[in-house]
Structure formats: C-alpha cells, structure tokens
Design a binder for this molecule. Structure first.
Ligand SMILES: C[S@@+](CC[C@H](N)C(=O)[O-])C[C@H]1O[C@@H](n2cnc3c(N)ncnc32)[C@H](O)[C@@H]1O
Length: 367
C-alpha cells in the first residue's frame, strides 16, 4: 500500500503517484535464459524498496507519521521527493501504525518466560527489510522495562550494503547503530551493538532459508520469543519458498510469531487488475496470483506450526484500531474525498498475525 510497486488504484488510473516515478528497475542486465530473467526479476524486486522508502517519507512529510529517519533513505539528487496521493498516505499510515502496535505489544509484555519469569530478551527478524527505519525508531527509544532487543534485518546483499553505507554517512543513524562490525559470514553482513540490544543486517536471498537449510544467520537466538516480520516480502516468493522460509525459523525457535502485510487476492476484477498491472511491470507475486481468500493464509500458517492466526484488512484496521481522535487528526491532514476508493484499495491489503508458544500473551486481546 505504501509502495506503489504494489498494485493500487493509482496504477489502475495509469499513474504511480503524485510525484515523479523514481528508482524503478535497477539496471536490468542483458543476457538470456531463465537465470538472467531471474536476476532481472530480482533487480526489479529490489527496486520496490525505493518505492516503499518514498512512500514512507511522503507520509512523514504530510504529517501522518513521525519518523525522523525516513528522509535519509530517499535520494534528493533528482529534486524534492515525490508526494503520494492522500489515499496512499493513509494506507502507509495505517499499515505502519498497525505493525507498530503489534511490535510494541510484543515488546512491552513483561512475562512469558519459563514459570512466568520476566523475559529479558526478545527478538525481531525482518524479512526483506529494505531500508526500513523501524530499528532506528526502536533502538533510539530507551523505554524503561523494555526487554533487551535482538533485531535482524535480511535483504539482498546489494540492499544491506546500501543500508550500511547510508548509516555510515549519517551521524544520527550511526550513533544509534553504533559499535558496528562487518566481519560476519557473508561480505554484506554487518552488525551493531547498540546499548539496549544487538542489531544484525544479513545480505542474503531468503530463498536460501528452509527447514533443512544449512545457511546460518549470525546472532540468531533460538531461545527467546521471536517475531518474524514480512512487510511486503514473502509475497514475492512462491508458496513453497515462503513456507520454507517460515519453517527455517519455526523448526528452530519454539516461541515464535509472524506478522505479514501483503495484498490479498480475492479473485475479483480489482485483484485481477492488480495482477496484470504488476505483470506489466515485470513483478510477479506468486502468492497473490494464486486465487485465494483471506482464510487461506491463516490455514497455511497453522499448517506450518503456528497455533493462533488472526487477520484484518487495512480498511478494517483503520475502522477498528485507529481511535476517533486520531482519525480526526489524520482526516484533517489532507482530507479524503474518495471514501469508496479507499475501502476498495484498503480492502485488498491485509495484516495477519500468528503465534505459538510464550511471549505473545498481549496479542490474545488484539482483534
Ligand atoms: C516492497 S519492499 C519492502 C521493504 C520493507 N519491508 C518496507 O516495507 O519498507 C520488498 C523488499 O523485499 C526484499 N526481497 C524480496 N525478495 C527477497 C529475497 N528473496 N531475499 C531477500 N530480500 C527480498 C526486496 O529486496 C525489498 O527490499
């Protein structure tokens, strides 16, 4: 939703956003055969992070979100950053606020260890993290009673290297992810030891992760409650690859949860247009192309080993989770004339959260 790389009403109108289209499709190489097509597709998928970063900054600049770090990940070389339409800004706001709500609830829960002892450490693994700013926001908050946080981000090596370069060039980012080290298993892996936890950035194609995979993730803890986050990432994988990635973690970590944000294909004309718009941009989302309904994803997660699965579309989250005062504030920012368009668009994106074991008690009350 915040990424125009994901199909939306604007692309149905033939435009990707209010501003210029930027940073799409990074240098697709020549060559022939399925390998070079695969690499070209990977490069296109890597480019979707630029769209996500631009959308985040648009929502920040318009007052929807407060995030002092978003601007550092958007290039200002081509002039002022693009502005998204109000409907997209509201989507970015709702999705970010909803994931923040689940993350904060997970982190603020004090119990969940064996025999109810306090849990001293919690872990987040962000799949396809791109240039997400959440770790900067979390590590800069020194909240009393917060558990020690181990935060992993995984993305292609080109993206993890780019993130490191940005962090090293911006003092306010470098001071949060301080005490950095690049001596890890892979060239583009790097890590940091902020005062209140540990941070790891892994340059890795997540399709290498599966139940039987021998790939290691330095710093991964298997003994602490772990939240796996996929904000528009697993949807680019086949169903089998996506299952394999989740099983990599569930087969190793007993207390685990997952939060997935992605478009949902409801098999209606809107979804069909989404799929063909993406295909025109050489973007394929196997998860989306498969005709399915909202319950299908919950059934899949239960099959993988999660016990409880809940989900809401973004329009339902806006209605149920955003309180009246906050709705008024957001409404005042730009206004939103296209209420039906909002409901149609936001009804085709969902957040699903699913968990098993200890450390997620607070989530039982969230619905
Ligand atoms: C739409 S962006 C979302 C970025 C970030 N999660 C956010 O919401 O701001 C999708 C990200 O998933 C990453 N990604 C997709 N497939 C991947 C794979 N197989 N391995 C690693 N990263 C992948 C892309 O490189 C890209 O950074």
């Amino acid at each position: 939703m915040s990424a125009p790389s994901i199909p939306n009403l604007l692309s149905l109108r033939g435009r990707g956003g209010r501003g210029r289209s930027r940073g799409r499709g990074q240098g697709l190489g020549g060559g022939s055969g399925s390998e070079s097509r695969g690499k070209a597709h990977d490069a296109t998928i890597q480019g979707t992070d630029t769209d996500a970063a631009v959308s985040r900054l648009s929502a920040v600049d318009m007052g929807y979100l407060s995030d002092p770090y978003a601007r550092y990940f958007v290039s200002s070389l081509g002039g002022p950053p693009a502005r998204r339409f109000p409907i997209i800004n509201r989507g970015t706001y709702t999705r970010t606020a909803a994931i923040d709500h689940l993350v904060h609830s997970f982190l603020s829960e004090a119990t969940g260890g064996a025999q109810g002892q306090a849990v001293a450490t919690k872990q987040i693994v962000s799949l396809g993290a791109g240039t997400d700013t959440r770790p900067f926001r979390l590590f800069s908050q020194q909240q009393q009673g917060r558990p020690n946080l181990v935060y992993h981000e995984i993305d292609f090596s080109v993206t993890s290297a780019k993130k490191l370069k940005t962090v090293e060039g911006v003092p306010s980012l470098a001071s949060i992810l301080s005490d950095r080290s690049t001596r890890e298993t892979r060239d583009s892996d790097w890590s940091s030891k902020p005062p209140n936890g540990e941070y790891y950035c892994h340059g890795l194609d997540i399709r290498q992760l599966s139940h039987a995979s021998t790939t290691t993730l330095p710093g991964l803890r298997t003994d602490v409650p772990t939240l796996i986050l996929s904000e528009c990432c697993l949807c680019y994988l086949s169903r089998e690859e996506s299952d394999g990635v989740l099983e990599y973690f569930t087969s190793r970590i007993p207390n685990a949860a997952v939060v997935i944000y992605e478009p949902v294909h409801l098999g209606d004309p809107f979804s069909d247009t989404m799929v063909s718009n993406l295909a025109a941009r050489n973007i394929h989302m196997p998860n989306l192309e498969r005709r399915r309904n909202e319950a299908d994803e919950a059934a899949r997660l239960k099959r993988i080993g999660f016990e409880t699965a809940r989900q809401l579309t973004i329009d339902r989250i806006w209605s149920k989770w955003v309180n009246a005062e906050e709705k008024e504030r957001v409404d005042r920012l730009e206004g939103l004339d296209e209420v039906e368009e909002w409901q149609l668009l936001a009804g085709h994106y969902m957040i699903i959260w699913s968990f098993r074991g200890e450390g997620f008690e607070g989530w039982r009350a969230i619905e």
